[in-house]
Ligand binder design. Structure first.
Ligand code: SAM
Length: 274
């Protein structure tokens, strides 16, 4: 039977990969590399370098899948993954659902044609497959089509939020308190009206538009990180009202220089013990 592995490769540093992932890579015959048009050449290259480093002599084939473009006209995002304030969340979700269906059909075809019976294939997922990544859903949809039999498993990886916490040497949560993980779009829509609740740390991913600028409160600390785990990593932390402008400038300049940026941040009310 065909086997598929969704392997979390960690969010930046090649050393973030787990031994379980390295051992899984040694069984793989075909690496499926997806190009969503959002992933930069740098990220595709990072995946290929991981294969060279960890698969060593294991012969394998690399099969590229060119993802269909997502329709961004209805509620589409201005940055990666739904960070625009324009368009309703419903329209955005519906555009993403249609895009996922198209991708599932394409992935099904590529897997069926490129992975032989008894071979093992893998998708290398940035960070961890369970956090803001569509590979898991899409492979689930491919399995539901029941056009071919395959086994599939998920190998967890280190997420960008774990990398952020480690690099800033902070806990993700206050003592015994919940954390809230969200996108720039939702921070803009929800927290800007309600503010950040006492004791709840808010983690923001997929923010192409510095949504923290919408927060009016003056008692919030921010822990911001870009290109975490890579040689280009940038870390800034302190009072949001003092740092927001600087983060905006640093972010814009880094993005201009490299042509892309991935950043994540944690927001918390000042004075709460961690
Ligand atoms: C599509 S999500 C993927 C998240 C990923 N699955 C994970 O486990 O972190 C992409 C977002 O993750 C965050 N991200 C991923 N890698 C990052 C890195 N090395 N540094 C900072 N943020 C990162 C950014 O917020 C980016 O917009």
């Amino acid at each position: 039977m065909r086997r598929l592995k969704l392997i979390g490769i960690g969010a930046g540093n090649p050393d973030y990969i787990t031994m379980q992932a390295v051992n899984a890579l040694k069984q793989v015959d075909v690496i499926f590399v997806t190009d969503k048009g959002e992933d930069t050449a740098d990220l595709v290259r990072a995946r290929k370098e991981l294969c060279e480093r960890y698969m060593q002599a294991k012969p394998h084939r690399i099969v590229e899948i060119k993802d269909p473009r997502r329709d961004r006209s209805s509620g589409g995002s201005g940055g990666s993954g739904g960070s625009s304030s324009s368009g309703s969340l419903g329209a955005y979700r519906s555009a993403v659902a249609t895009w996922h269906e198209e991708r599932a059909a394409l992935y099904e075809q590529v897997i069926r044609e490129q992975l032989s019976e008894n071979e093992c294939g893998a998708f290398l997922v940035w960070g961890d497959p369970s956090l803001y990544d569509s590979a898991l859903r899409i492979i689930g949809q491919v399995a539901a089509l029941k056009t071919m039999e395959f086994e599939w498993e998920i190998i967890p990886g280190i997420t960008s939020i774990q990398a952020l916490a480690a690099r800033h040497r902070i806990s993700l949560n206050e003592i015994g308190a919940p954390i809230h993980i969200t996108t720039g779009r939702r921070l803009r829509d929800e927290q800007s009206a309600n503010g950040i609740a006492d004791g709840i740390n808010v983690l923001v991913l997929l923010d192409g538009n510095c949504a923290f600028n919408e927060l009016a409160e003056d008692d919030i600390d921010i822990y911001w990180g870009a290109y975490l785990g890579t040689p280009d990593e940038i870390l800034l932390s302190g009072k949001l009202e003092e740092l927001r402008e600087r983060i905006g400038e640093v972010r814009a300049s880094a993005r201009n220089q490299k042509g892309w940026i991935m950043d994540t941040y944690l927001l918390r009310k000042r004075g709460a013990a961690s």
